[in-house]
Design a protein around this ligand. Structure first.
Ligand code: HEC
Ligand code: HEC
Length: 151
């Protein structure tokens, strides 16, 4: 008798826990191929992050994502063909690390209401390639020539 009650209670608890797990973890991973952004990111936040990338680099989605040849076809945003997308992943990881290590940020790219000091735009200023300014390049060249003469 006592043994059966125990089993009933344990089974009951087990079912309860399983229901709890299923209910709190609805299988709604919207995006297929996120490696640095949070996998459970909301649609709203993902769109905000992607818009930020576009503005910071002064580019369109097709800078990192493959634009379908057929303009009526749907884009496959999970596709990793373009090397720019992989570079962008490294850049997200780098920015997260700078923010965490040097600015004590507790949030990172893709978190809801992330507070970040360093953003893509901090370096990129609307350019895909934040090159050095021409004057800076000339100065470096002159310095190198001087150093060569001294040797
Ligand atoms: C500077 C590069 C860059 C630009 C520009 C960019 N994206 Fe992305 N996008 C990424 C990277 C990198 C990822 C993957 C992030 C990761 O691995 O966590 C991604 C992932 C996505 C995903 C998720 C795909 C999946 O299922 O895994 C969607 C949707 C998306 N981007 C939409 C857009 C849209 C729409 C635009 C234009 C408004 C855009 N992106 C512009 C770099 C970019
Ligand atoms: C600390 C400065 C810095 C930050 C912050 C930064 N970048 Fe960059 N990024 C660079 C530099 C410098 C280069 C050029 C590297 C080179 O010449 O090879 C670059 C190159 C890139 C490229 C390659 C461009 C090309 O033409 O091939 C992509 C894509 C990119 N960054 C995306 C991003 C995104 C997205 C972010 C924000 C998540 C970001 N970057 C944040 C400095 C930065």
């Amino acid at each position: 008798m006592k043994f059966n009650t125990k089993i009933a209670v344990i089974t009951g608890l087990f079912v309860f826990v399983i229901i709890g797990i299923v209910a709190s973890n609805p299988p709604q991973e919207k995006y297929k191929n996120l490696k640095v952004l949070p996998k459970n990111i909301s649609e709203q936040t993902l769109e905000k992050v992607m818009d930020e990338f576009e503005k910071a680099l002064g580019v369109g989605c097709d800078f990192c994502h493959v634009k379908p040849a057929d303009s009526t076809a749907e884009w496959d945003m999970a596709d990793d063909t373009k090397p720019e997308k992989e570079i962008a992943r490294k850049m997200i990881a780098m920015s997260n690390k700078i923010n965490k290590d040097f600015f004590k940020a507790t949030t990172k790219y893709g978190d809801e209401n992330a507070v970040l000091e360093i953003h893509c735009v901090t370096c990129h200023h609307g350019e895909p390639h934040p090159e050095m300014k021409e004057e800076e390049e000339e100065q470096i060249e002159q310095r190198e020539q001087k150093e060569q003469k001294q040797q």
